[in-house]
Design a protein around this ligand. Sequence first.
Ligand code: ARG
Length: 293
Amino acid sequence: MKKRISNIHVFMLLLGLLVLAACGTSTNDEENATSGDAGTTDNAPAEGTNDEAAEEKPVLRIGTDAAFAPFEYMETGEMVGFDVDLLAAVMEEAGYEYELEDAGWDPLFAYLQSEDLDLGVSAITITEERLESYDFSAPYFQSTHMIVFNEGGSITSANDLEGIKIGVQTGTTGEEAAEKIVGENNENISKYDTTAVAFLALANGDIEAVVTDNVVAAEYVKNNPNAGVEAITDEENFESEYYGYMFPKGSEIVDEISAALTTVIENGTYNEIYQEWFGNEAEIDKLLEAAQE
Ligand code: ARG
């Protein structure tokens, strides 16, 4: 008995729903006839498909080497830096979620090659050699090299690196810059996994100079007033270079991410982040010009 009643209830409920659905449809039709907006939303399966595609965007796996202040470094267990903030803005612009992983410098290159990472953001210089194996975004930061050494040391140009103990981070353009002066695999060059460790070696007296990116060198000198170190650059021997986001060769997201980066550079967001980290105005025109080259 109970069961029969509930069956009737179910039947009536279904009937009610059908009537409601029918009303709903006709109401929508009327709206569609009068309102262009509603029509677009209701009758545009193509747009629905796009929305789904947007939702299906993969969570990007991004790698860095977080021992390179002020670009990427750890502070009370958190990854911070200019690159970290700029990346957040670029990813928001591009509409991607992402995970930023402290992969380490050498592994970063290997993981990009094996496509275990989608993208590397780590103050990575765009070089001819790297372009053979990886793709790069538009340039986003100009850099050159500096030599950090103990105050009072008699280093006035890169040529003074000859004959002294030099530390560099393995596989960086700082390594190349030093080797250009004293020769490849010169026994006076010590190669470290991170630039932070190279600075430690300098503080310990294991080496007499560190060759690294100018902004990182200046930051180290500024943040370690008691270390008794100074830094010089050498425009004749050290070249100008540009950082870019690095992708596996043939990656399908290069153009999309690069366009988002350019938008962030053009719309003022880049300059805001730049000022937060460096205190002065970014040279946006120079950067955009470099992108044309
Ligand atoms: N710009 C230099 C290069 O690409 C050094 C970058 C090192 N970056 C880092 N996060 N450790 O070789």
